[in-house]
Ligand binder design. Structure first.
Ligand code: GLA
Length: 555
């Protein structure tokens, strides 16, 4: 990626081999250099390095297919399946134990007590009722383990038990320090924190989830063990306005809506439930907050239902296309021991996974709406000139949907190469636009590669120790793409709060760049609200060391 600014490499749009994102990168790495137009003379600076940000998590979660029947045997079988069926190889890692693992009991010191029959010893020398047993087993397969609790006193099993009786006190309120330390000591790598108790008690999620983030950070520093943070308050109180970097967290995800489906558990009264595409689309729509998804912070549209009863193979591909372009966490809710070859092919498609996991960490944007229900979604990828595109037909009749390169900030005076992800086929190079007939209620997922349209580089109008401001920032797009050039000489990310005009602030992470002369770039998407193209961007870091922001490049 350092070659982004090399000069003298000719752009060759006609690719003969099937392009992957990686080989597109090799061939077309020089385009960014051609597209930068400086509005101010910049002092000679080192070439910035694009800094990769933490990708969204990939794994499995127990809730959708096992409800509160989850136990050690089920978790072991799912882990084994993930290791054997190609999912681990494709990048899936987490085996996440959701509600039902704990029935609310604590000892006199407040330590969580679990049922020793549900969570027995697995290997010689282990004690029954110790959650470290299942973690060791999951880790022994090269996978990671996730656990679940609630931010309030009671968990969801009290509010609306799905299968089985209601268990009160399955939340962590009053025990944040103790519980998150316990999860880290057991060896868990991931924790999902639900909101049933918090909601019932009318707590403020921004306050509770910040407190929990700080408890997690203390547990991490006491154990040296990292716990990834998954916030699950179903979009209440607009988490996209407070969840990025909440409580100082370096990376996290937050749910933006309810559940796609209630659990479908084989051989129970719930076995007849069905997932529906309209619910998948609803959760996708609710998750679109691109201004908040950056630098390792992700909107979470819910666990996936691919492979569960309800969706057709085509619909599963629509679902995977939408989660990939959204950069959503890929957490599979199906029973991994029963996935069909088609389900597995959908879940492990390498292009779809690479789109999801792209190291710029951005979200999709609605690039154009051709007619009601006919939409073009696009996501800028880290390789210059590359976009993922979804042509989405929400209607009940087939329709032609076309994507114009100029809408994607790609030059339309040169051909753009197009790859159909699900057909696994390079379709050719196209001038100005590409059009496909999309069947009813279906989608086409494309990877396109061309040349970036010119961008403008701004230097700060105000540059102080903790504050950097840019004025008269212009983009012809309602959602602009901003490359931020900065230096962070520290060993840990630095953070700055960005305000665009008077909008809600978002906290951005600036990972280390090595030293104060080494520049890095991160990319964000910002909603421009205009005033004749005169937007004001201000970055401030009142509570800690600031990244040194040198310039922003806006498209
Ligand atoms: C909520 C969450 C689900 C799941 C259940 C468990 O509904 O949104 O993902 O964790 O609770 O009860």
């Amino acid at each position: 990626m350092r070659r982004m600014r090399d000069s003298g490499i000719e752009w060759q749009p006609m690719l003969t081999d099937a392009p992957t994102i990686a080989n597109l990168a090799r061939r077309l790495a020089a385009v960014a250099a051609l597209s930068l137009v400086a509005t101010a003379t910049l002092p000679a600076q080192p070439v910035p390095t694009p800094i990769p940000v933490p990708p969204p998590p990939m794994g499995w979660s127990s809730w959708n297919s096992f409800s509160n029947t989850i136990d050690s045997q089920i978790a072991m079988a799912q882990a084994k399946a993930m290791a054997a069926n190609g999912m681990q190889k494709a990048g899936y890692r987490y085996i996440n134990i959701d509600e039902g693992w704990w029935l609310g009991a604590r000892d006199a010191q407040g330590n969580i007590l679990v049922d020793p029959k549900a969570w027995p010893a697995i290997a010689a020398g282990e004690q029954p009722g110790d959650m470290a047993n299942i973690v060791r087993y999951i880790h022994s397969l090269g996978l990671k383990a996730g656990i679940y609790t609630d931010a309030g006193r009671d968990g969801c099993s009290t509010v609306g038990p799905d299968l089985g009786p209601s268990y009160p006190n399955t939340g962590s309120e009053g025990h944040y320090e103790q519980d998150f330390l316990q999860f880290a000591k057991w060896g868990f790598d991931y924790v999902k924190v639900d909101w049933c108790g918090g909601y019932k008690e009318n707590l403020d999620p921004a306050v509770q989830y910040a407190e929990i983030a700080r408890a997690i950070a203390r547990a991490e520093s006491m154990t040296g063990h990292r716990l990834y943070y998954s916030i699950c308050n179903w979009g209440k109180e607009s988490p996209f306005t407070w969840a990025p970097n909440v409580g100082g967290v370096e990376a996290d995800i937050w749910r933006t809506g309810g559940d796609i489906v209630a659990p479908i558990v084989a051989n129970t009264k719930n076995a007849g439930r069905k997932a529906e595409l309209k619910e998948v689309l609803r959760e996708f729509d609710q998750a679109q907050h691109p201004q908040a998804q950056h630098t390792g912070y992700y909107n979470d549209p819910d666990m996936m239902v691919v492979g569960m009863p309800g969706l057709s193979e085509e619909q599963n591909r629509v679902h995977m296309s939408l989660w990939a372009i959204s950069g959503g966490p890929l957490l599979v809710g199906a029973d991994l021991t029963r996935l069909s070859p088609a389900d597995l092919a959908t879940l492990t498609n390498p292009d779809a996974i690479q789109i999801d996991q792209d190291q710029a960490g951005l979200q999709s944007i609605l690039s154009s709406q051709i007619a009601p229900g006919l939409e073009v979604w696009s996501k800028p990828l880290s390789t210059s000139g590359t976009r993922a595109v979804v042509l989405l037909n929400r209607t009940s009749a087939p329709a032609a949907i076309s994507v114009r390169w100029s809408d994607l900030a790609l030059r339309d005076d040169a051909p753009v190469s197009v790859r159909d992800v699900w057909a696994a086929k390079y379709l050719g190079a196209f001038q100005a636009s590409y059009s496909a007939t999309v069947p009813a209620a279906d989608a086409v997922l494309l990877l396109v590669h061309g040349a970036e349209t010119p961008a403008t580089t701004y230097v700060p109008a105000l540059s102080e120790q903790h504050d950097f401001a840019f004025q008269n920032v212009h983009s012809r797009f309602p959602v602009a793409r901003l490359q931020i050039q900065y230096a962070n000489p520290g060993n840990t990310p630095r953070f700055a709060e960005l305000r665009v005009n008077g909008q809600d602030a978002t906290k951005i992470a600036f990972p280390p760049t090595g030293n104060e002369n080494a520049l890095g770039t991160i990319v964000i998407e910002a909603v421009m609200d205009g005033r004749d193209g005169k937007n004001r961007f201000s970055f401030s870091s009142p509570n800690g060391p600031a990244p040194a922001i040198r310039s922003i490049t806006v498209q």
